[in-house]
Design a protein around this ligand. Structure first.
Ligand SMILES: Nc1nc2c(ncn2[C@@H]2O[C@H](COP(=O)(O)OP(=O)(O)OP(=O)(O)O)[C@@H](O)[C@H]2O)c(=O)[nH]1
Ligand SMILES: [K+]
Ligand SMILES: [Mg+2]
Length: 383
């Protein structure tokens, strides 16, 4: 514990931690002040520190940037940290933790080393004399096998990357239907927030309204939209056009009606609302609810949780949530296949060199300048 004093008054009595050198998070000498959180305490310390020569405030993400520059984190871990800071659901947190912990970086590094080994063999093959041709051929066949197996493994991960990206970015659920059936009431009930205006007037909702919800650990965005009908009002017509566009791009369309005899939609969930008025149940696989009384709401929520779980398997870790990583792996897979079928050792060596550098991109060993700013811009001050 230390008493902290500013130029003319006491600031706080608090814990101060001095962490010299390589072992700190940034890899640099670090002092940490564990302040009592009041705004005046923090302002007092910041003012006192800034009064010292050679000090300035950190820029957003600067601590992480220093950790990266000092080799404490690789680039994929930095990206994982940014994901972790914005994680809102359990599955986003688990996926971000795996990335921040270096899982993908280690995998890419292991693959890079296997590539380097095969590259060394391909280069040795360049020196075989003519009478050793059969030895070279046997080595070639074994290497081609290993390369194809690696490319297959990469392709499997790439095939799973859409799921990884959905876990990170969240599923989209669009609520559509005729005016006044209770779409906004349902959005409010599901999100347990009063975000959308509800009135007895048909055509109340004009702009689409997006609310994040947590479906059993899976992030989703619920989108309330304008009621679908023919209208002469240009504002409402624009709202309806937007509603249709949102529905076309959604992971799930929740079609709401208050008519228990409404026809089943082709590939959407039918929600029959105002159960309190008609008392009728829904066809199998669909739900009848009352947004007003709350009847059927737990079943609707459970339907959505089950749907999200089947789609994203949130307990199973997925690694390729970032387009940057997916592109690097796709490039590596293409080069490995090229190397596997290369007719000459020189061409195999060249393709392997390109695969090696694609793997190196994951950790940020090469070609990093153009993505650095973009990645660090996601951080805030103090991180
Ligand atoms: N009786 C009953 N009324 C409901 C129920 N759900 C919503 N309402 C009422 O129906 C009216 C319309 O509800 P909204 O949620 O505004 O309907 P909407 O589909 O969003 O309407 P638009 O945005 O105009 O298309 C309001 O008066 C609600 O209180 C329900 O389950 N039972
Ligand atoms: K309404
Ligand atoms: Mg509405």
């Amino acid at each position: 514990m230390r008493d902290l004093h500013g130029p003319d008054s006491a600031i706080d009595r608090t814990l101060v931690a001095w962490m010299p050198g390589r072992a700190s998070a940034t890899g640099e000498d670090t002092a940490e002040f564990h302040l009592h959180g009041g705004a005046a305490v923090i302002a007092g310390l910041v003012d006192a520190v800034l009064a010292c020569a050679g000090t300035r405030l950190a820029t957003p993400g600067e601590f992480t940037r220093r950790a990266f520059d000092n080799g404490r984190l690789d680039m994929s871990q930095v990206e994982g940290l940014a994901d972790l800071l914005s994680a809102e659901t359990a599955s986003q947190r688990q996926q971000a933790l795996a990335l921040a912990g270096g899982t993908l970086g280690r995998l890419a590094e292991a693959w890079r080393e296997r590539c380097l080994q095969l590259l060394a063999e391909a280069e040795a093959g360049l020196d075989f004399a003519e009478d050793e041709a059969d030895v070279a051929t046997r080595l070639d066949l074994a290497a081609a096998d290993a390369l194809t197996t690696m490319a297959d493994e990469l392709d499997q991960m790439i095939a799973d990357s859409a799921r990884a990206a959905r876990i990170r970015d969240g599923l989209t659920i669009v609520v559509t239907g005729p005016p006044n059936v209770g779409k906004s009431s349902i959005v409010n009930a599901l999100s347990m927030r009063d975000v959308a205006i509800v009135t007895p007037v048909p055509g109340t909702t004009r702009d689409s309204i997006e609310v994040p919800i947590d479906l059993g650990g899976v992030a989703a965005v619920l989108i309330d939209t304008a009621g679908l009908r023919d209208t002469a009002d240009p504002v409402e017509a624009e709202g309806i056009a937007r509603a249709r566009a949102k529905a076309a791009a959604a992971d799930l369309v929740m079609h709401v009606t208050d008519n228990p005899d409404a026809p089943l939609p082709a590939s959407a969930l039918l929600v029959i609302n105002k159960l309190d008025l008609h008392g009728r149940s829904a066809p199998a696989g669909h739900v009848a609810i009352s947004a007003l009384s709350g009847a059927g709401m737990p079943a609707l929520r459970q339907w959505l949780v089950d749907w999200a779980a089947v789609l994203l398997r949130p307990g199973e870790p997925a690694l390729l949530a970032h387009a940057r990583h997916r592109e690097a792996f796709a490039e590596a897979a293409a080069r490995l296949r090229e190397a596997a079928s290369a007719p000459l050792p020189e061409l195999r060596a060249e393709a392997l060199r390109l695969a090696t550098s694609a793997f190196a991109r994951i950790a940020g060993r090469v070609d990093i300048d153009d993505v650095l700013d973009q990645i660090f811009s996601r951080f805030c001050i103090g991180k």
